[in-house]
Design a binder for this molecule. Structure first.
Ligand SMILES: C[S@@+](CC[C@H](N)C(=O)[O-])C[C@H]1O[C@@H](n2cnc3c(N)ncnc32)[C@H](O)[C@@H]1O
Length: 197
């Protein structure tokens, strides 16, 4: 990782912490993943050779940068979805500063409609960090667009275990996937689609 990207990530960590400590209104908060979650996502992206990464929940792009710098090393690409316009703009500026804009595509809008229009088996790795109450409804579509052998990573498995319970139970009960929880950051729920049905 370049020194300038390292500095940008540190700057965004400080900005996120200060912003979220000062602001009560949830939509105005950055709600970024932790640094160790970023490192974990980067290793997963590289190790699984995830060429097509989809992120749902960009915020100002902190997690996207971790995914994108890993994707760039393997010739991959990150598509990231965000509905809040001011966050899209913040993220676009951060992507420009990072020098990683070429490997990132920003999709603007409500995630349900955007993911529904995506082709089957279109993603090698999906990082889900968005509106938790929607995850159960999104699961059939997420499963459809995740290729066989692909990996789903979902943040907040332990920090918001109650809100995540129904989703994690639904996915874990699916015989076509294998799941686990990894105690990194706010807890990562991992699910991989079986390679053979
Ligand atoms: C937890 S934050 C994402 C943080 C980001 N992954 C990071 O670590 O830097 C969740 C984001 O999802 C966005 N969001 C929530 N519901 C959404 C929806 N239905 N469609 C698209 N974006 C949504 C919010 O605006 C918010 O920016």
């Amino acid at each position: 990782m370049s020194e300038s990207l390292r500095e940008l990530l540190v700057e965004l960590e400080q900005f996120g912490q200060e912003n979220d400590a000062a602001i009560v209104d949830r939509p105005r908060r950055m709600l970024n993943i932790t640094r160790d979650t970023g490192e974990f996502l980067a290793v997963l992206t590289q190790a699984t050779n995830a060429q097509r990464v989809l992120e749902i929940g960009t915020s100002n792009g902190y997690s996207t940068l971790w995914l994108a710098q890993a994707a760039q090393k393997i010739g991959g690409h990150v598509m990231t979805i965000e509905q809040a316009e001011f966050k899209l703009e913040l993220a676009a500026k951060n992507f420009e500063r990072s020098g990683l804009s070429e490997v990132i595509t920003q999709l603007c809008g409500e995630a349900s409609g955007l993911i529904e229009s995506m082709p089957d088996a279109n993603a090698d790795l999906i990082f889900l960090d968005s509106k938790r109450s929607e995850y159960v409804h999104w699961w059939p579509t997420i499963k459809r667009i995740l290729r066989r052998g692909g990996l789903l990573v979902v943040d907040n498995a332990t920090s918001h275990a109650d809100e995540m319970a129904a989703f994690m139970a639904l996915v874990s009960a699916d015989a076509d996937v294998a799941t686990c929880i990894v105690p990194v950051g706010n807890g990562q729920f991992l699910a991989t689609r079986n390679r053979v049905h």
